[in-house]
Every structure is written in C-alpha cells, then in structure tokens.
Write a protein that binds this ligand. Structure first.
Ligand SMILES: *[C@@H]1O[C@H](CO)[C@@H](O)[C@H](O)[C@H]1NC(C)=O
Ligand SMILES: *[C@@H]1O[C@H](CO)[C@@H](O)[C@H](O)[C@H]1NC(C)=O
Length: 385
C-alpha cells in the first residue's frame, strides 16, 4: 500500500492530466501497446457514448467503494484499458487478471473490471500509467482519477478449446463491451458504435489443444467494427428468455454446439459467484456450497456433538444390557427360590443338582452364582420385566 501523500500526489497528477489532455490531438494508432511482444499488451478500447468521469479531488474518499458521488460525467470521449497477458504457463490468456481464453469455469464467467481513461490518451501516457502499476493491481480499491468500471461483455471464441480438441490450435477471442457499471449506475452501450477486440493466439507446440505441453503466444490484436466481427453469428443478443429452474444452466442458445462454453453475453446482473442466476444449476450449487460452509464452520462442534451422542448411545446400550441381565438374574432367583420352597425339607441334593443342570440347558446364559447380592439387586431395582 502506498503512503497517503504519494497517493494524493498520484491522484492530483491524474486530475491535472485529465484537464490538460483534451487539448492534445486525437490519435488512433495508440490502441495497442505491447509490453512484451507475444506475451503481454495493453489495449485502449474506446467506449463511444459513455461519459468520461472527472474525479472531485477535494472531497473524494480514499476507498473507491465509497467514492460513488465523487465523480462527475464530462461530455468527452472515453475508453477503458485492457491488460491482455498470457498466464505464466502460457496456457491461458488473461484479461485484466481473469482467465478469458479458456475460462477457468465455463459455468461462471468472470467479472471483468477496467480503468477508464480519456479516449485520446497517447502510447507514452499509457506506458506512464503502466510503470505506475495501474494495470498491475497496485492501486486496487483506492479512489483514483481513473474511474474503475465493471463491464458487461460479449465473449465469443473461434475454435474455443472447450469445443476441441484442435490440432495446431489458433483460437481467436472476440471481446466487446455491451454495458458499463459505475457504482450503482449502469449503462448499456450502443452496439453499432462499439469496436470489438480480436485477439489471436497460436499454440507454438503445434500439437493438440489438450496436450500437456501446449504453449500459446499472442500473435495478433486488432480492433474491428461490429459488422465485420461476427460473420457467422448474430452481432446482437437474441431475445432473452427468462431464466427459470426448469433449465439446468439457462445457456445462451444457438451459439455453439451442445457443450461448453455455455454463455456468450455476460451481463453482470445475470451472474454471480455460483453461475447463472435463476437456473437450477445455480440453486443446486448454492445449496451445496451453503451445506459445505456449514459443515466447515461447524466442523469441530459437530465432531464434539457426535462424540457426546456416541457416548450417550454407548451408555444407553450398556444400561439396556445390564438391565437385561438383571432381569434374567431376577427370573432365575425367583425360580430358584420357588424350587427351594418345593424341595424344602427334602434331602435331595442330587435331584436339585440335576434340576440345575436341566435349567442350564433351557437358559442359554450360564447361571450367575446365587448370592445374597443378587437378591438384593432384584429387590432394590424394580425392573418391570
Ligand atoms: C512462455 O512463452 C514465452 C515466450 O514464448 C517463453 O519465454 C516462456 O519461457 C514460456 N513459458 C513457459 C512456462 O513455457
Ligand atoms: C497484466 O496482468 C498480469 C496478470 O495479472 C500482470 O502480471 C501484469 O503485470 C499486468 N501488466 C501490466 C502492464 O501491468
């Protein structure tokens, strides 16, 4: 985290730049700034029809999330900066730090955010921002002269690895901004006026797109008009059906063959952490997640409760066992007492011994030794058996 003084200086610098920049002549050759050729580039994508936000430097709070009222719209052309970089293993293209080709989970398209800049910013100025760490998350969460915007986007991939595998893979990402969110405000952009970023990748291993050693580089980045961008598919979103629990994913229709990727038009309000809001899959995944969290949170307590329950169960079982054997003993005692009465006065030790033997066969458990204690237990505990 930077010091407050440094931050203020940075914010002031940005503010002054914003005021001064309108006088410089527009140049459109600055759309793509390569940071490292084939690996990383910054794209300035214009957002015609969307205002340029000016920060109220005197009153802006430090934290961006509280700064909703600190920006004023200006009627000047604006753009956003996109950081297109290959992941360290060269297998995934990242767009502003999120995997975009392929997606990390086709069910949950990423939320993409971007800093806004004036449309006429030059390559030198963009490099200045890069060296300030603006596109490397160094100022994340802080209020800056560049407003941080959330994007609704159209993501369409030619030869998407999800639909593969492909040999000698050359996928092309077509990325278009459909709408912009700035704090509580949401705007839908005019489709025809927007440009589409085309990013071409190439697998330098020329093998299969699911090979373990695949290694991609960025071979081309272009900005193309909407009409020229979507030759085989509609440029616009078809009428959106309502998403209900009758559909597992509420996937976008008619875009790809059956299978992932499921979505092309990513409106923020339609997606959350669990995927497409309103779909059956969303409901199921959320339930499972809630359960998982509950178990994770309650883990130690649950184990403790289980130990207590288990202990109680053992106790009850052993008590039942004890009572059962006490019942047997009492029955035995009563019978024996009765026999004693029957043979009272008779010297029939032999017979009695034989009787005892017979009884042993009837009652499977060996007879406990007859003692005074037995009688006492039988008397003291009314077992009701
Ligand atoms: C990724 O590609 C770059 C450029 O071709 C190369 O320098 C780097 O070593 C590659 N990284 C891996 C992990 O293959
Ligand atoms: C672009 O994003 C990558 C991945 O998050 C990051 O490593 C890189 O530094 C960023 N590029 C710039 C120019 O800030």
């Amino acid at each position: 985290m930077r010091s407050a003084a440094e931050l203020l200086f940075f914010a002031l610098g940005l503010f002054e730049y914003t005021s001064a920049s309108s006088s410089s002549s527009p140049s459109f050759s600055n759309a793509v700034t390569w940071i490292q050729y084939g690996q990383s580039a910054v794209v300035k994508l214009d957002t015609p029809g969307y205002p340029l936000w000016l920060m109220d430097k005197a009153n802006a709070p430090i934290l961006h999330e509280q700064a909703g009222d600190s920006y004023w719209p200006q009627d000047k052309p604006s753009a956003v900066l996109l950081n297109l970089t290959m992941s360290l293993d060269n297998k995934t293209l990242l767009l502003n730090h999120n995997p975009i080709l392929p997606l990390s989970d086709p069910n949950v398209p990423p939320l993409i955010e971007a800093y806004q800049v004036p449309a006429d910013m030059t390559t030198t100025q963009i490099r200045g921002l890069v060296s300030n760490g603006l596109l490397n998350r160094q100022w994340e969460g802080l209020t800056l002269g560049w407003r941080y915007l959330a994007l609704d986007y159209d993501r369409l991939v030619w030869a998407d690895p999800e639909t593969g595998p492909y040999q000698n893979h050359v996928p092309i990402l077509r990325f278009r901004i459909m709408g912009i969110g700035a704090h509580s405000r949401n705007d839908v952009l005019d489709v025809e006026k927007q440009q589409v970023v085309h990013v071409t990748l190439q697998d330098w291993k020329h093998g299969s797109s699911d090979a373990k050693d695949r290694s991609y580089g960025i071979t081309k980045i272009e900005l193309v008009d909407v009409e020229e961008s979507y030759a085989y598919v509609p440029a616009m979103e078809p009428e959106q059906e309502e998403c209900s629990l009758r559909s597992w994913r509420c996937a976008d229709k008619g875009l790809y063959q059956e299978g992932p990727p499921w979505y092309r038009f990513i409106w923020r309000e339609r997606f959350d952490w669990y995927g497409r809001v309103g779909s059956l899959r969303h409901a199921v995944v959320r339930k499972v997640d809630v359960m998982r969290k509950f178990v994770a949170d309650a883990g130690p307590a649950m184990v403790f409760a289980f130990v207590i329950l288990f202990g109680a169960a053992i106790l009850v079982m052993s008590m039942v066992g004890t009572i059962g054997s006490l019942c047997n003993r009492r029955e035995k005692t009563i019978r024996e007492l009765a026999e004693d009465d029957r043979f009272l006065g008779e010297e029939a030790d032999e017979e009695r011994y034989l009787d005892d033997e017979e009884e042993k066969e009837v009652v499977p458990s060996p007879l406990p030794p007859r003692s005074g204690q037995d009688k006492e237990e039988a008397v003291l505990i009314d077992l009701g058996c």
